[in-house]
Design a protein around this ligand. Structure first.
Ligand SMILES: [Zn+2]
Length: 753
């Protein structure tokens, strides 16, 4: 369900005439000789994926709606299983029964000042051949909304973020006892009902604003790629970030008959108030009937109405009931045993379930994964023997909230903790630039892979295209300098929103998340119009970026599986942690400055003086200026980390230069230790109030959802004004970093022995 924001590519630069060419220096983690062999196999591999196959896989898998528990979801799992087997892989399906609600009653009507009944229906379109599969389509709804029947005045709350409620306070408006209407985007959708409920609202509507993914941006479907007036974004609102993803009835352990299930009322991740997504066609009459103050400038959208905030006089009746059934999720798992270190695993996954036909989300990522598996099957027949064990997974139940991957990770938690070296995820794919996210110990590695992949449009390497695009979009001379001079492009830290979450955040497995995108706008996310017709008219319709994703992820899998020494690099990691430490100090300083300034303005009478008596506002409350925090433990740990990382890098370079031809030197103990490096960044007790999350460097934000909070316990401590907790967490993070530095130091010493 990953959703990349469209980024406009501005190519004002003249592209250099030098064509893309691979590199000959030995790969990191390889000897000169093993590197040559690896490059030969990888080159063969990259020649195999075919756009025509990707198109066929997508066409087949998107032919009918295939949400969790549907007949075609099961058929797709079996079809994928048959393909894995046909390609010579040892494969099976693992099934888990999980709570998956589907709609029974959906009523939304305006009862005053005029009557209006919302349509809640996406119509079939004649040109779009799968849009008429009504009997198999899930209606428009938000999964894991609680049942409810409420009638109340409506309030418009912008994107429904905590800061939007601070603005409402300034306008003197409370949502207590009201139903709120929020715009989609700018936070994960489940944050909207969560924050609304915290402010006393009794119901929540979320609509797709035309300014964000409708006609303000481009023509609407089917004339263009954007959301039409009836298009609705389905999606999960499970409060996974405050509790855990996966089956809400079996938090932290596998959903199986042997384990007790919570009752629904005990499940923490179900919403507190009923919530329903709607189209802008259905939202417009409701918004148009609001009075009260005008919405702040930046809240107003692209509908031809004055955007008032309310409350009322629009009063709405929202009634929702769901079938709270257990449904099976079918994960398809294929295994290629390792020939040198079968007990070290590289896991690669993308989900196969969708909200409806799901051509873009997820099949544009599933198809490349299948093509990788086919290509690896061919290489095996030609004599390629991966060193480590490779596991390919097509997950089910990602859309409701990472059900299939989370249950699988929980079912195999002990083995994964022991054996899994890296997890590589994708989730959908479009046309444009490579997006690289992941653990920063893999930053150097994935930069190396990106240098070896050809961009289908420019014929530069995808790395070089990304670098030049970064330079074009840099906001300052300093940024441009870094893009030009830093050896590796920085990769994004991972939040959540797709299947890597259990691997990275719960089990502490080093992770990568890959995909292409940014050149095309889209407004069909989680609607019935995300289908083969849309994808083959408005996205990567010649599937060349699908091939690039196969090449990128498949090369990564091979290079990790075959390396003599796992190619983790800790210099980029240490540099990143240093940056995060500085960011946190700045966050605190900015907050101190902001609150001091506001208190000063309150003393000066600024708010009374600038008040417009005809549009009255309320002055913000006086706040305590945040105290100083002691960052010294983290700063000391970062220095230690930097020294050990540099030591390890030197020790490896020295070692690599001495590695001979075929002599097999065993790095087993070293690799076992390196596998542990990401685990060291976790803590068994987990994060405060959400113990399922164990990673101290990366986590989804409690109030941002998919968006990452780096060093989450310290950052959220500052953001949420829990300063004493932030101070304690600095110590806990520093301890993890010290342990990490000790592991890296001992790895360096192993290389020097
Ligand atoms: Zn997806």
């Amino acid at each position: 369900m990953r959703r990349l924001a469209a980024v406009l590519l501005v190519f004002t630069l003249i592209l250099p005439s030098t064509m893309f060419a691979g590199d000959d220096t030995p790969l990191s983690g390889y000897s000169t000789r093993s590197s040559e062999t690896e490059r030969e196999w990888e080159t063969k591999f990259r020649g195999i994926p075919e756009p025509a196959n990707l198109r066929e896989y997508m066409k087949h898998l998107s032919a009918r709606p295939h949400h969790v528990g549907s007949p075609y979801d099961k058929e797709n799992a079996e079809w994928i299983l048959a393909r894995f087997k046909e390609w010579g892989l040892d494969a099976h399906i693992e099934t888990f029964d999980v709570l998956f609600p589907t709609p029974k009653v959906r009523v939304l009507e305006m009862t005053a000042p005029t009557k209006f009944t919302a349509k809640l229906e996406e119509p079939a379109l004649a040109v779009d051949p799968t849009s008429n599969q009504k009997s198999e389509q899930l209606p428009t709804y938000n999964a894991y909304s609680i049942d409810g029947d409420v009638t109340a005045p409506l309030v418009f709350v912008n994107y429904g973020l905590p800061e939007d409620y601070e603005k409402l306070d300034r306008l003197g408006i409370s949502v207590n006892g009201k139903i709120v209407i929020a715009k989609y985007l700018h936070s994960w959708r489940g944050v909207k009902p969560k924050v609304a409920a915290e402010h006393g609202a009794v119901g929540c509507l979320i609509y797709s604003e035309p300014q964000d993914d409708g006609y303000t941006r481009d023509n609407v479907f089917p004339q263009g790629p954007m959301r039409n007036p009836d298009g609705v974004q389905r999606g999960s609102v499970m409060d996974f970030a405050s509790s855990n993803p996966g089956d809400p009835l079996t938090p932290g352990y596998v959903a199986s008959p042997e384990h007790p299930r919570l009752t629904r009322s005990e499940a923490k991740s179900i919403t507190k108030i009923p919530v329903l997504p709607i189209s802008y066609g259905d939202a417009q009459p409701l918004l148009a009937a609001l009075k009260g103050p005008m919405a702040p400038d930046e809240w107003r959208g692209g509908l031809p109405i004055p955007y008032h905030v309310g409350p009322g006089p629009a009063t709405v009746h929202l009634k929702l009931e769901f079938n709270w059934d257990l449904k099976p999720v079918n994960d398809v798992i294929a295994k290629i045993p390792g020939s040198v270190a079968p007990d070290e695993w590289i896991v690669r996954g993308n989900h196969h379930d969708a909200w409806v036909n799901g051509a873009e989300d997820p099949l544009s990522g599933t198809a490349p994964l299948l093509e990788e598996a086919r290509a690896l099957g061919l290489l095996l027949k030609q004599g390629w023997k991966p060193g480590r064990t490779i596991i390919y997974a097509a997950w089910d139940g990602e859309e409701p909230m990472l059900l299939g991957s989370t249950e699988w990770a929980e079912a195999h938690a002990d083995e994964l903790r022991q054996h899994a070296a890296v997890y590589i995820n994708s989730d959908g794919n479009d046309r444009g630039l490579l997006s690289m996210g992941g653990s920063h110990s893999l930053e150097h590695f994935i930069n190396g892979v990106a240098r070896d992949i050809e961009d289908p449009e420019t014929k530069l390497s995808v790395w070089q295209r990304l670098q030049l695009s970064d330079i074009a979009q840099a906001k300052s001379a300093d940024e441009r300098k870094e893009f030009r001079e830093r050896a590796d492009l920085r990769i994004n830290a991972l939040g959540s929103g797709t299947d890597f979450t259990a691997f990275l955040d719960h089990l502490g497995i080093a992770t990568l998340d890959l995909g292409y995108g940014g050149e095309d706008e889209q407004g069909i996310y989680h609607s019935i119009y995300d289908d083969f017709y849309w994808y083959t008219h408005f996205s990567d319709y010649d599937f060349v970026y699908g091939r690039a994703l196969s090449q990128t992820a498949g090369t990564s899998v091979m290079r990790l599986a075959d390396a003599d020494v796992l190619p983790f690099d800790f210099v980029d990691f240490a540099d990143t942690i240093q940056k995060y430490t500085k960011d946190l100090k700045k966050l605190l300083a900015d907050k101190q400055e902001e609150i001091s300034e506001r208190n000063k303005e309150l003393d000066e009478g600024v708010f009374q003086a600038t008040l417009d008596p005809r549009r009255p506002t309320v002055a913000p409350p006086r706040e305590e200026v945040p105290p100083h925090l002691n960052f010294a433990p983290m700063e000391n740990a970062v220095e230690l980390l930097t020294r050990s990382a540099e030591h390890y890098q030197k020790a490896w370079s020295k070692k690599q230069a001495t590695l001979g031809g075929d002599q097999a030197e065993s790095f087993h103990a070293l690799n076992q230790s390196l596998i542990e490096s990401e685990r060291k960044l976790t803590n068994d007790d987990g994060l405060p109030r959400r113990p399922w999350y164990k990673h101290l460097i990366y986590a989804p934000g409690v109030y941002s959802g998919y968006d990452v909070k780096t060093v989450p316990t310290v950052r959220e401590g500052i953001e949420q004004k829990r300063y004493a907790e932030a101070d304690q967490e600095i110590v806990r993070v520093a301890k993890a970093l010290n342990d990490e530095a000790a592991l890296i130091e001992s790895a360096a010493q192993m290389l020097e022995k």
